[in-house]
Design a protein around this ligand. Structure first.
Ligand SMILES: Cc1ncc(COP(=O)(O)O)c(C=O)c1O
Length: 411
C-alpha cells in the first residue's frame, strides 16, 4: 500500500489567497456592479521589456533552423548568461562571484524550496515573522517542523518578529540557529537592510557555522545608493550565504520564468563525520540530477536584461512601479494611515487604524472602497494589525484606488 509524506498533512491549507478570493467573490456576488480594484497580489502588471522580447523572438527563430537549433542546454545555465550576471550583478558591485558559482533556474520560489534538498534534517531554522510563506511551507514539507499552533506558527521553527517597534529589522537571535532566511527588500513589509545590519548577520553566521539564505528577488527596486543589493557586498558573506535572485520582478518574467541562485565555492557545511563539505558540489549534483535547465529562448531573453537597451527599459519599469508605490504612500498617509516600505520596494506595509485586525481592515477597504489588498496576518502572526498594498498595477487603477481611499475611507 502506497503511503504519503505525512508532513503535508501538517500544512495549514493554503489559507491566505483562497480566503481573499472567497471574500472578494462573495462581495462581488452581492454587489455585481462594484468596480473592484485588486492591489493584493505580487504579480507584475506591465509587459516584457522590448529588448527581452526581441531577443526571445530571435531565439525562437534560431530553434527553427537545423544549424542554430538547440536541444538540452547545460543544467546550470548557458555560460554567456552566467558570465553577464557575474560581471554586472556581482563583480561590478565589488562582489567576488564567478560565473561558475551562478546556477540559472526557472524561479526563486522553486530554488528557495529545493535548496533544502542539500541540507540535513536536524538543522535549527529561523524565519522572520511576517515572512514569504514559501520558506515556512517547504520546511514543513521536508519534515523540519512539528505541527502548527493557533497562531499558525510551526513547532521547531525559530520566528524572528519584524515590526514597527524594531524598525522592521530582523534582530540577531540570542540562540544558535543553523539556517536563516532573510529577504531584503522585504516581501511583505517593503523594509530594506543596511550594510551594517547584514554585516551583523554575516558575523553571527560565521561565528555559529550557520548558512544565510538571502532572497534578493526585489533588489532592482533599491534606489538608495547606500543600501547593498547583494549579501556578497558584505565581507565574509561568501563563507556563509547563498543568494537567490529572480528576473520576475525586475524584467517582468513572472510568466516567462527565469531566476538564479549563487552558491559560492567557498561555502561549506558539516557532514555527520565532522568533515566540511562544499555546498556548491551538492547543489551542482542536485541540479544536474533533478533539473534540465531553463529553455534557450528564455535564457536569451534574460541575457537581454544586461544589454544597454534592456538596462534602460528595466530602469523605466522599476521607476514606474516605484512611482506607484510613492503615490500609495502619499495618498494613504494623507488618509491618516501609517505606512512603511514602498521606497526601495514595490510593497507598502500599512498599519491598520484604530486597532482593526488585518482581516477587519481588509473587509472595510473592500466594502467602502472596493479595493483589495493582502491582510498582514496572512504572512505570519506578527503581521497581524498590518496590511500589504502592492505597487504592481496600472497607473490608472492605482490612482482610482487611491482616490477612493482618500475620499471614502475615514480613519
Ligand atoms: C520574496 C520572494 N522570493 C521569491 C519569489 C518568487 O520568485 P520567482 O517568480 O522567481 O519564483 C517571490 C514572488 O513573489 C517573492 O516575493
Amino acid at each position: 500500500m502506497a503511503t504519503i509524506n505525512e508532513n503535508y498533512l501538517k500544512l495549514k491549507a493554503g489559507y491566505l489567497f483562497p480566503e481573499i478570493a472567497r471574500r472578494v467573490n462573495a462581495f462581488a456576488q452581492s454587489n455585481p456592479n462594484a468596480p473592484i480594484i485588486k492591489l493584493g497580489i505580487g504579480d507584475v502588471s506591465e509587459p516584457l521589456p522590448e529588448a527581452c522580447l526581441t531577443a526571445m523572438i530571435k531565439a525562437v527563430e534560431e530553434m527553427g533552423g537545423r544549424a542554430s537549433f538547440k536541444g538540452y542546454g547545460p543544467e546550470q545555465g548557458y555560460t554567456w548568461l552566467r558570465e553577464k550576471i557575474a560581471a554586472q550583478d556581482f563583480q561590478a558591485r565589488g562582489c567576488d562571484i564567478d560565473a561558475s558559482e551562478i546556477f540559472i533556474s526557472d524561479g526563486s520560489k522553486c530554488d528557495t524550496g529545493n535548496i533544502l534538498d542539500i541540507f540535513g534534517k536536524n538543522n535549527t531554522i529561523a524565519v522572520t515573522d511576517p515572512v514569504y510563506p514559501v520558506y515556512v511551507d517547504t520546511n514543513v514539507m521536508a519534515g523540519h517542523t512539528g505541527v502548527s499552533n493557533d497562531d499558525g506558527k510551526y513547532e521547531g521553527l525559530v520566528y524572528i518578529p519584524i515590526n514597527a517597534e524594531n524598525n522592521f529589522t530582523a534582530a540577531i537571535p540570542t540562540q544558535k540557529v543553523d539556517l536563516i532566511y532573510l529577504c531584503f527588500p522585504n516581501n511583505p513589509t517593503g523594509a530594506v537592510a543596511t550594510k551594517e545590519h547584514l554585516q551583523a548577520w554575516v558575523d553571527y553566521a560565521k561565528a555559529n557555522g550557520s548558512i544565510i539564505f538571502f532572497d534578493a528577488a526585489y533588489e532592482a527596486f533599491i534606489t538608495d545608493p547606500s543600501l547593498p543589493h547583494s549579501i556578497y557586498e558584505i565581507p565574509g558573506a561568501k563563507d556563509c550565504a547563498i543568494e537567490f535572485r529572480s528576473f520576475s520582478k525586475n524584467a517582468g518574467f513572472t510568466g516567462t520564468r527565469c531566476a538564479l541562485t549563487v552558491v559560492p565555492k567557498s561555502l561549506t557545511a558539516k557532514a555527520a563525520d565532522g568533515s566540511d563539505v562544499e555546498l556548491w558540489k551538492l547543489w551542482n549534483r542536485r541540479q544536474s540530477t533533478k533539473f534540465n535547465g531553463v529553455s534557450y529562448v528564455v535564457q536569451r531573453g534574460a541575457e537581454a536584461v544586461y544589454s544597454e537597451a534592456g538596462k534602460a527599459q528595466i530602469k523605466a519599469l522599476i521607476s514606474f512601479y516605484l512611482e506607484n508605490a510613492k503615490i500609495i504612500r502619499e495618498k494613504l498617509t494623507g488618509a491618516g494611515l501609517q505606512v512603511y516600505g514602498g521606497v526601495n520596494a514595490p510593497y507598502v506595509w500599512v498599519k491598520t487604524p484604530n486597532g482593526l485586525s488585518s482581516w477587519d481592515f481588509f473587509d472595510k477597504l473592500l466594502q467602502t472602497c472596493n479595493v483589495v489588498g493582502t491582510p498582514g496576518s496572512g504572512f505570519g502572526a506578527a503581521g497581524e494589525g498590518y496590511f500589504r498594498i502592492s505597487a504592481f498595477n496600472s497607473r490608472e487603477n492605482l490612482e482610482e484606488a487611491m482616490k477612493r481611499i482618500t475620499e471614502k475611507f475615514k480613519v
